[in-house]
Write a new protein. Structure first.
Length: 412
């Protein structure tokens, strides 16, 4: 067994248990820490998705064809993946608190700068920087949470994960209205200012951990060992499959229902809203369930969730009426997002708390590749087959593979 295999998840948690009881040191303040990191994640995600709600005004202002606007999201995802792959390691070197504050400051300035974009080149550069800083925010947030929460890390990760779902709602309720009243440039400048303001709040409220002992820094050998860590590799593959299904459905669900069955965009939008509600509710509930069950539930709960997700995608692909879609959407949303905090707990535990940022960042970098690949593949398949059920079955293959891969985790 190599050094990577020896870093089993539960054995790692046992080693961490020999340190002082971090979560119990300041039991109330850790919820303040969670709230601060949650808000930082929410703001970074609003900055991330805001472009989609103002794409048309951006194109008109810059004189760009609609098809060219995709360059912005591509630039963001390139920066985001790079930041997750490298920023997680840097987080373990300088600490989650410093990294989160630096990331928020840089993201605030980049978002504000995007509000001044007058050309494609400037916009791409700003979005790339936004992606890099948003990626660093994710790894640092999970690093901080893993330092403050131990036995109830599942519920903490579940609450933290709700930021992504709520960010979409907040963005669509605010950014278009601000853009209509004051222009899209002002919307991004306000988002940048809010992000910078939260970096100040984070500076004065966040603490690295409740443990006053010297923090163990990640070493070069630790980083190399991560690439041989069996559990981390399996989690990366499983998350790729899960995000393949989740993001692929979120990207194509509306369009597929409209094109295949002639359902109005208003109805498909409300169906996807029900899908989102299921996602928001499921994350903390499944995180809490993971904490209650503990032990090998850390392995079998995400397997069950991903398996249900795959089955529900196939069932959804067999439906053809709005009533059926409405009925299944909340349950599908719960399964489509419920596994995410469960995987986050496993990822941050894969090599110990001292490497939580690196493991979270590396895993999420691979997961986001699934997010980027699925929409393109499903689009090509539907364009050639015009088959709704085949498109959904293609998405279902991702979480099915993820569930199978997770069964090989070593919970020592």
């Amino acid at each position: 067994m190599n050094s990577g295999d020896q870093a089993g998840i539960l054995s790692t948690e046992k080693r961490d248990a020999r340190t002082p009881a971090l979560a119990s040191a300041v039991p109330r303040y850790r919820w303040v820490v969670l709230m601060v990191t949650w808000m930082a994640f929410l703001l970074s995600y609003v900055d991330r998705v805001a472009w989609s709600s103002v794409a048309a005004p951006v194109g008109q202002t810059m004189g760009l064809a609609v098809g060219m606007l995709g360059a912005f999201v591509t630039a963001f995802y390139v920066g985001y993946v790079i930041a997750n792959a490298t920023g997680g390691v840097l987080t373990d070197v300088i600490g989650g608190r410093r990294m989160l504050i630096f990331a928020l400051i840089a993201l605030g300035f980049a978002t504000f700068a995007f509000g001044n974009a007058q050309s494609l080149e400037f916009g791409i550069a700003a979005q790339a920087i936004m992606g890099i800083t948003a990626g660093a925010d994710y790894a640092s947030g999970l690093k901080i949470i893993s330092s403050w929460f131990d036995r109830d890390r599942g519920i903490a990760m579940g609450i933290h994960a709700t930021a992504t779902s709520l960010a979409v709602i907040v963005c669509n309720l605010t950014v278009p209205a601000i853009s209509q009243a004051y222009g899209w440039q002002m919307a991004f400048k306000l988002l940048g200012a809010l992000t910078l303001a939260w970096s100040v709040v984070s500076y004065f409220t966040l603490r690295e951990s409740p443990n006053t002992a010297a923090r163990t820094r990640i070493t070069r050998s630790d980083v190399f060992a991560l690439f041989r860590n069996r559990n981390l590799i399996l989690l990366a593959i499983a998350g790729f499959g899960g995000f393949w299904g989740t993001v692929g459905f979120a990207a194509w669900g509306n369009a597929l229902m409209t094109k295949q069955f002639g359902i109005s965009p208003v109805q498909t939008g409300s169906i996807l809203a029900a899908f989102g509600i299921g996602a928001v509710v499921s994350k903390p509930i499944l995180g809490l369930l993971r904490d209650w069950l503990s032990g090998k539930a850390g392995k079998y709960l995400p397997i069950a969730c991903m398996g249900c997700f795959a089955v529900l995608l196939v069932v959804f692909g067999q439906c053809s009426t709005p009533a059926a879609f409405y009925l299944l959407a909340p349950v599908l949303g719960a399964a489509a997002f419920g596994y995410t905090p469960l995987l986050s707990v496993l990822a941050t535990s894969a090599a110990g708390k001292h490497a939580a940022g690196a493991t979270a960042g590396l895993a999420n970098a691979v997961w986001q590749l699934g997010s980027a690949a699925a929409p393109m593949v499903v689009g090509l398949i539907y364009a050639h087959t015009h088959s709704f059920h085949l498109a959904l079955e293609t998405l279902a293959a991702g979480p099915l593979v993820g569930a199978i891969v997770l069964s090989f985790l070593r919970m020592v």
